[in-house]
Ligand binder design. Sequence first.
Ligand SMILES: Cc1cc2nc3c(=O)[nH]c(=O)nc-3n(C[C@H](O)[C@H](O)[C@H](O)COP(=O)(O)O)c2cc1C
Length: 187
Amino acid sequence: MDIKERKSIALLVGSLRKESLNRKLAVVMGELAPDSLDLELVEIGNLPLYNEDLDQDPPGEWTEFRKKIAQADAILLITPEYNRSTSAAMKNAIDVGSRPYMKNVWSNKPAAVISLSQGAIGGFGANHHLRQSLVCVNALVMAQPEMYIGAAGNMFDENGKLTDSKMEELIHKFFRSFNRWLSNFIE
Ligand SMILES: Cc1cc2nc3c(=O)[nH]c(=O)nc-3n(C[C@H](O)[C@H](O)[C@H](O)COP(=O)(O)O)c2cc1C
C-alpha cells in the first residue's frame, strides 16, 4: 500500500459550457477539499471523439489524458444529466481512457460520482449510467454516500460562489466519507 500525505484526485466535469453549474461545483470543491486531497481539474472537452482507427497513432490529447488518469490516485466525476444519462463528453472520456485494449487506465482506480442538475431529481439517471460504465471499465466506484444535487440553478452567485450553506456542509461530509473510503486503497 502506498504511503502518501496527499492523494492526487483527477476531477472530471461532464459539462463543457462556460457557465456550467457542474464546473462551478468543481471549483468550489477544489476550494473546500481537505489538505489531504489534491484536486486537479482534467479537461475532457478537447478529446477527439473516440474512434478505434485513430488508436493506431493516437491523438496527443488522448495520450495526455490517459497519462493524467493513470497518474492520479483516484477520480472524482461531476456530471450533468443529459436526457437521463451522462453527457456525451463524459462518456467519450470514459471510452478514451478504456482503450487500447488491455491498457485501460480506469482499471482498479478508486472513483466517486456526483451528479448535479437544475432538475428536481439531481441527475439520478446520469449518475447511475455513469456508474454503470465505470464498473464496466473496472474502476472501483464508491457506493455510498450517493450525491445527487438537484435544483442547482440558484446555488451559486454570479461569481460562482456557493450561496447555500447546507450544500457546503454536504460537500464537507462527502469529503470526509470519500477520504475515509480512499484509505482502503491509499494510506
Ligand atoms: C441536451 C440536454 C439534455 C438535458 N437533459 C436533462 C435531463 O435528462 N435531466 C435533467 O435534470 N436536466 C436535463 N438537462 C438540463 C441540465 O440539467 C441543465 O442544463 C444543467 O444546468 C446542465 O449542467 P451545467 O449547468 O453544468 O451545464 C438537459 C440539458 C441539456 C443541454
